[in-house]
Design a protein around this ligand. Sequence first.
Ligand code: ADP
Ligand code: ZN
Length: 292
Amino acid sequence: MRIGALEAGGTKMVCAIGDEKGKISEQVSIPTQTPESTMPQLIDYFRQREIEALGIGCFGPICPDKEAEMYGYITSTPKKAWRNYNIVGAFEEALGCPVGFDTDVNGSVLGEVTFGCARGLDNVLYLTVGTGIGAGIWSQGKLLHGNLHPEAGHIFLQRHSADNYAGNCPYHGDCFEGLAAGPAIEKRYGAKAYELADREEVWDLEAYYIAQALCNYILILAPQKIILGGGVMHQTQLFDRIRKQVFERMAGYLDTAQMRDLEHYIVPASLQDNQGIMGCLELGRRAIHGLV
Ligand code: ADP
Ligand code: ZN
């Protein structure tokens, strides 16, 4: 099966060709500009490669509800050129093949559930901490959409008493993303995040916010595994700090096997940063079979 995969991001569009086993045969990256300039390049790429289906994991917010009038649109995104843009419609018309569509983070959780460290599990949370923060949620064996799709990066957390940074979410100021995404770290300390690698207090504070969010997700969604990806998680020193703070905050309340083995519960992404694009292959495969 020859499947096209598109990981549509705010800064770049990753296009790949692969198969239903998650094997990627080629991949390119195209800068995200406007639909007028970027879409023709993407369409050309996939058209030349004669794909049977396309799977798109897209920056959001989007409308993934097949019954809704706005299905297939990128909706209220701050990226104005893409606001209310019917990306699925454009590809369906140009390529004439089935198109699967979901959020970028749902793509990533699907990649891990289908091909990675979460195979066989029914309840999994994938959190990306990068330019923004978002969660893909696999719940009871399905991608969770709810009323739209989860926007779990914009939850409200208890601030650390020593943190004076105002937060930089354009909507909420100091929501989780506003306090803990890569740009927040860089503005708070006035340096690139990777340059702060040796500053313990930076990663303790970052772990403080991530652990708090994870406790909330654990209490609400009861995931069997939590996978952390995105550029900020390249600071692998965060993992043990997060596990420790999750353990302390939960204070023994949940006596589950997972809480007793946090090293295997809160884990890094397992597919060499290909979890998103591999998930898009699976979105494409599912589109052929009419699976949501
Ligand atoms: P995006 O979210 O745009 O898809 P990334 O997941 O790579 O991209 O996230 C980019 C962010 O990750 C940047 O804001 C940067 O602060 C942070 N970042 C990238 N590499 C590192 C690193 N090695 N250590 C800490 N932070 C990093
Ligand atoms: Zn926010």
